[in-house]
Structures are given as structure tokens and as C-alpha cells.
Design a protein around this ligand. Sequence first.
Ligand code: GDP
Ligand code: IMO
Ligand code: MG
Length: 424
Amino acid sequence: MKVDVILGLQWGDEGKGKIVDVLAKGYPVVARFQGGPNAGHSLQFEDKKVVLHSIPSGIFRKGTTNIIGNGVVLDPIIFREECANLISMGVPVQERLMISKKAHLILPTHRIIDAASEQSKGASKIGSTLKGIGPAYMDKTGRNGLRVGDILSSNFKERFLALKEKHISFLKQFDFQYDANQYEEEWLSAAEYLKNFSIVDGEYEINQLLDDSKRVLAEGAQGSLLDIDFGSYPFVTSSNTTCAGACTGLGVAPSKIGTVSGIFKAYCTRVGSGPFPTEQDNETGELLRKLGFEFGATTGRPRRTGWLDLVALKFAVMVSGVDQLIMMKADVLDTIDTIKVAVAYEVDGKVTDRIPYDTYAEITPVYKEFKGWKRDLTKVTTEEDLPFEFMNYVRFIEKEIGIPIKIISLGPDRDQTIIRESNN
Ligand code: GDP
Ligand code: IMO
Ligand code: MG
């Protein structure tokens, strides 16, 4: 069996949580492979609304094994809170979850470094979620990190304190007030709490599950344009959010990757700083924010909004070898008269279909306009009932990107989803 992958193709918040929850029904295994509690994946079903940060979105499905892979960075305090919430909802988290020993731990001092570093950047700050993601990955690649498996060792506390001291030395370069001890006890007890879970050699487990003919769904966090290598550097997150990240973040070979599904909103959003060529910092953008309820699931920050960008979407599809598309939140455009889509960029007076290397390049999008469908789509459940203007929009995107849109989501609920079985 193979690992099918779901990736965000924009700047995150495409609706990955909803779709993974919908598709998890057909997968005995769901695995997260990168990122950490910077993610906020929203699920909605049976009048329940949940936001998951570190736990895979298959956790509500009976019979599904969920794996937090080695590529993830885990904050024990946030993880314990997330578990408590799920347990209060009657979800048997311990039975359904495994955590890789090789996943790295986010320490309280990682969060302090994140905040100090952002403050020192002033106006050029990344707009980080301040969950300690960048500093935790820095310690991973710098070979100083603590991993989940280390919790089981007898000298764990000493190693924690040694890393904390290193962080305190590092923090001397910043003019930043902090209390390094504030969360220490809570963190150590939350780390102890992790021992209640199956702490496993994730790469062996997942390959064994594949050998046992179990289908695996890999759930990406963030989006392709926030990828550490291919995003708008330095306004990115600190992991590979593209398909290759699923191999390194789970320990599966590239030959084991099956279908790669790319998920995008019918328009665009971005939280934090960095280029956003189609941004509508105006009334239209305000309307999209209001209609799409575009406020961060992790931080509550208002999301920047704008039109769909096919230059960026094509790039994301290329880098990850995306096989099929999933279009989200088209219902948000239900009342819009004229919908715009960027089909090219103009940079230095030249029209191009490539994203410029220079993150600060001035980009003027070249737009194509579409007549809006002006109908409430939130109750439509079959493709046949979708209006002509809407299908026109769908077919144009498919033609431009060159791959089919397999799923259309028309509302936050599990049930507001049209799966186009026959569309190849
Ligand atoms: P994720 O990080 O990719 O999982 O996405 P988020 O959960 O951060 O943001 C997506 C938001 O859109 C959430 O509030 C979802 O409940 C909501 N949502 C998902 N799909 C749809 C949809 O098709 N239509 C509408 N209106 N909302 C949706
Ligand atoms: P999900 O999985 C949207 C953004 C932050 C910031 C940049 C770096 O819910 O789609 P970090 O905290 O990683 O140092 O922040 O990346 N960012 C996200 N934006 N959705 C996310 O996750 C994000 N995770 C990080 O806003 O611009
Ligand atoms: Mg999100």
C-alpha cells in the first residue's frame, strides 16, 4: 500500500483539517509529518466544532490509527490541552494515537526565543505564530534538540536544564524581558504525561502498516508557499510543507507515495508578513474576510485576503507533483458579482508565469474576470445542481493547472462536500 498525501497549496488554512476528517473514513492510518502547534486545523460535524494543532485530523474516526511523525515538533503543554479537550468529548485519544520517538520537543525557552527574535526584527518580522517552531527546528538541524524518545531516559531533566541554559545564553543578544522558569513545572509534568501514549519508532510502524496493506493518509500542515525552501523566504515556516516533507517526516520512501492531493481555497488568504500579489487590502478584501470568517484558528489574527493566484498554484502543483485538486470555500464567493483570478504576473514591465526569486519584487497580477454565480451553494450536494457560472470557474482552473478538481467543499461541515467520482 501507499501513502496518499494532502497538502495545502497556498499560505495555509486551506481547509486541510476538514478534508482529512472527511477522507479519514477511508483510511485506517492518518499521519502528520511536519509543523507543530503553529497549525490550526478546524473540523465541523454533528454540531461540533474542533480545532486541532498537533493531533492528526483522523482522531475522530473509530478504527483509525493516528501518527505524529518524526518531522513534527511537539509542545507537551499544548498537546496535553488538546488531549484533554478531545477526552472531554469522549474521544479515546490514547487508543488512537502513536507518537514518533524522533519528533522534536518545543521547550518553553523556544517560545521565548521566537518572541525575542520577532521583536528584534521590528517592521520586518515574519508574523510567526510564536509557538517556538523556528527555534525548535533550529535546535533540530543544529543537533542540540530534545526528542520525544528522550523523555523515557533517566537523565531527561538534566538534558532539559542543559538546553534551557544554552537558550538563556543565546537570549543575551536580545533586549527582551522574559521569565525562563514560568512554564517549567507545567512543561515537565506535560512531558511526563506523554508517557501515557504509544511512543514508537514511527518509521518502522508506518512501513509495517503499509506492508500490512493499510492505506495511509499523510496530513500536511501550513501551505506550499510557506515551505522553508520554496516559500517566500524569509516569510515562511521552518519545515518542508511540500510533498517531499512527507517522506522525511514519516520515514517512507518516495516510491511509497501514492496520490498527492492539493488543497486550495477558491480565493487566497495569508496570515503574517510576506508577499501576497493578489491581496485586496480594500473593501473587497474586507468582504472576503467577513464572508469567509478569515481569522486565524491558532492565533485569532485577521487573515489577509485576495483573489485566487494561478501562478502560485501552478508552482505549488509542480513542486509537489500534485495529481488532483480539492477546492475549498467556493461558497464564500456566492454573492460576488465579478470574481478575479490572477493568470500571470507583470514584473519590471514583463509578463511572466513564474514567481520571482526576489521576495520584495513588485508584482502586478494580470487578472481574468469571471461572472459570479450569485447563488447560495451551501446546500448543494450534487455536481448536477451546481450553476453554469460556477462550473465555468471550476473548468477554467482545471484547464490552466492541467489536473482535475476532485472534491468541491461548499461549507465547513463534513456534509458540505461534493466528491466528483467521475472526474478524471
Ligand atoms: P486548515 O488549517 O487548512 O485546516 O484550515 P483552517 O481550519 O485553519 O481554516 C479553514 C476555515 O474554513 C475553518 O474555519 C473551516 O471551518 C472553514 N471551512 C473549511 N471548508 C470550508 C468551506 O468549504 N466553506 C466555508 N465557508 N468554510 C470552510
Ligand atoms: P495551518 O496548518 C497559516 C505562518 C505564520 C507566519 C509564518 C511563520 O493551520 O494551515 P511560524 O509560527 O511557523 O514561525 O510562522 O507561517 N503560519 C501559518 N499560516 N496557517 C498555518 O498553519 C500556519 N502556520 C504558520 O502566520 O506567517
Ligand atoms: Mg489553519
